[in-house]
Design a protein around this ligand. Sequence first.
Ligand code: ADP
Ligand code: MG
Ligand code: MG
Length: 252
Amino acid sequence: APVFTIEGLKAQIEGKEILKGLSLEVKGGEIHAIMGPNGTGKSTLASTIMGHPKYEVTDGSISLDGEDVLEMAVDERARAGLFLAMQYPSEIAGVTNADFLRSAINARREEGSEISLIKFIRQMESKMKELEMNPEFMHRYLNEGFSGGEKKRNEILQMLMLDPRIVILDEIDSGLDIDALRIVATGVNAMRSEDRGFLIITHYQRLLDYVTPDFVHVMMQGRIVKSGGPELAQRLEKDGYDWIKEELGIVD
Ligand code: ADP
Ligand code: MG
Ligand code: MG
């Protein structure tokens, strides 16, 4: 089972420090939720883990099974089994969904053991059916003209197809209607396994009604300031974040 560890992580963008010493450990079989007010650095954390070049790590460490993630190039991180469903997935003109997924799957395989086209199409068709996606999305250019909800479903399709070891979902629930939310949650729950850990970043508690986390962390001002169980998410939904600021003497 994977062990994913972040220790004392500091990261900045354009000289502005956003992550200010964040520590977290996610093990196979566990679902961690990170909640926090807007602008607190949640997406920065996700992008930093995946190696987005905009973010500069100035201190701390990230490791997967003892391997130094910060030393890996972006594609090596994906090959090691890190997966990010982005808050704002990008559109890629000229690359179809099927092309993109097939090369992503093959990039994780040894040379000579690439997935056959027939097997790939069968898998993709069956996963798309599970997600109640229109089969025509297979041949559309990646995210081009997709609605917000279609983009999010497509991110979940990638997750199902790529079989990652550590899954990071960044506000996968934002902009989803209740049916899409249920479908996304079903996909996540179907992927729950001892061989996989989840980091679910969410602004609202509602996804956590369908996917029960083992741990809930509150992120504020670039750090995790409080951790608990699912009851913490319910309290945040009911009372917001001010009580935590008061409790911890955070001024913003
Ligand atoms: P969250 O996901 O918690 O809403 P973000 O990680 O998106 O927060 O943003 C954290 C902080 O980093 C915010 O203050 C935001 O304005 C800043 N930030 C994010 N992206 C950029 C950027 N490209 N340039 C400058 N500042 C940025
Ligand atoms: Mg935000
Ligand atoms: Mg964000």
